[in-house]
Design a protein around this ligand. Structure first.
Ligand code: ZN
Length: 193
């Protein structure tokens, strides 16, 4: 389990204290927003955005993107408003979070199609968050296939992640390589070619 203290140690290797404090504030904000929510694995939800931030911190990605990564699901899955993010973290962070937020007025399948269609239009920082999010989701799924999901559904999920990421390639060799590795392990876990 990768917790906030481990993330902070990693950040200390390349960011200054002021930026680390801003990231910590984003963690407190996100933990409160996601309070009571859980992942399909049963873990508290906040573990997921911390893991996404860790993947980016391992690549020494800038602090604005790390903050957006910690907040990447709050507009989609909590009561948080764009105004609250703007006020606490500024417009650069808000823009990235909005770029990776699905429009919930569309039905689920349409939202999944829109992620594929919209990926090529994402900013560089939003692409990094998207890559780290998909890396995290696929590695969770490979380790712990969701209860009640038949293999075909897991494989279809890997296919969809690959289709989304196809639209953001050419932006970060390290993250893309890591995504490819995790796709391969997921496909092996679900025993398909
Ligand atoms: Zn996510």
């Amino acid at each position: 389990m990768f917790l906030i203290s481990d993330l902070v140690s990693l950040l200390e290797s390349y960011l200054d204290q002021k930026h680390i404090e801003e990231i910590y504030a984003a963690y407190l904000f996100s933990a409160e927003a996601h309070d009571g929510q859980h992942r399909l694995t049963g873990e508290p939800y906040i573990y997921h955005p911390i893991e996404v931030a860790r993947i980016l911190a391992e690549m020494r990605i800038d602090h604005t993107t790390i903050i957006a990564a910690i907040l990447h699901d709050v507009l989609e899955d909590t009561e948080t408003t764009p105004g609250e993010i703007l006020e606490s973290f500024g417009s650069d962070v808000l823009t990235i979070v909005q770029e990776v937020t699905d429009d919930k007025s569309f039905p689920k399948q349409a939202r999944k199609d829109l992620q594929i269609a919209g990926a090529p239009r994402l900013s560089e920082q939003a692409r990094w968050v998207k890559l780290a999010d998909k890396i995290c989701n696929l590695s969770d799924m490979a380790k712990n296939p969701p209860v009640g999901w038949p293999m075909e559904r897991c494989v279809a999920y890997v296919d969809w992640c690959e289709a989304v990421i196809a639209g953001v390639r050419g932006t970060h060799v390290g993250l893309e390589g890591r995504f490819d590795d995790v796709c391969e392990s997921a496909r092996n876990a679900f025993k398909v070619e």
